[in-house]
Ligand binder design. Structure first.
Ligand code: PRP
Length: 184
């Protein structure tokens, strides 16, 4: 169970096996789309660490480089402004590069929407998104996501990179958090 107490997780939404099978599918599509191209994967810290590690290792035919960005929404907690601050910028120069943003979850879509226009302005040859999870009911802006793992209900989920108060990221599955954890 990783770092969680067994009763912290209400139920498992996506098992380790379901996640692995979905990543196989996404990797096959990405391989087909980028065959013979150099691809720069941009992971968005910290949640995307797991999907970045697993997805990148499933790519067979794509020449992959990796870089990382850390961002934070202004007025954290609300995340409503859509104004994002860069905590750690990319090391890579994006001009002329094929870039694939790798995200763990799209909630309101505000982070990704901001990130896409920021990265696009740096002159990439192409820019797409791969996200493991999306909460359609929470969307505030429409974001064009080419590779999506699962659409999930608007519930509090943790695991596979997703945290509550920095815990549970290391769980190998995605589960809903039991209310007693955040009600205390
Ligand atoms: C999460 C996730 C996305 C963002 C999605 O990151 O990784 O970057 O929130 O939310 P949005 O669609 O409403 O903008 P978070 O800010 O929780 O940071 P973390 O990855 O370090 O946990």
């Amino acid at each position: 169970m990783g770092s969680a107490q067994p009763n912290d997780i209400d139920h498992i939404l996506l098992s380790e096996e379901e996640i692995a099978a979905k990543l196989d599918e996404l990797a096959a599509k990405i391989d087909a789309d980028y065959a013979d191209k150099d691809l720069l994967l941009v992971g968005v810290l910290k949640g995307a660490v797991m999907v970045m590690a697993d997805l990148s290792r499933k790519l067979q035919h794509t020449k992959v480089a990796m870089d990382w960005m850390a961002v934070s929404s202004y007025g954290s907690g609300t995340k409503s402004s859509g104004v994002v601050r860069i905590l750690k910028d990319l090391d890579a120069d994006l001009s002329g590069r094929h870039v694939l943003i790798v995200e763990d979850i799209i909630d309101s879509g505000l982070t990704l929407s901001w990130l896409m226009s920021n990265l696009r302005s740096r002159g990439c040859a192409s820019l797409e998104v791969a996200a493991m999870l999306r909460k359609p009911e929470a969307a505030k802006v429409k974001v064009d996501v080419k590779y999506i793992g699962f659409d999930i209900p608007n519930e509090f989920v943790v695991g596979y990179g997703l945290d509550y108060d920095e815990r549970y990221r290391s769980l190998p599955y995605v589960g809903t958090l039991a209310p007693h954890v955040y009600e205390n």
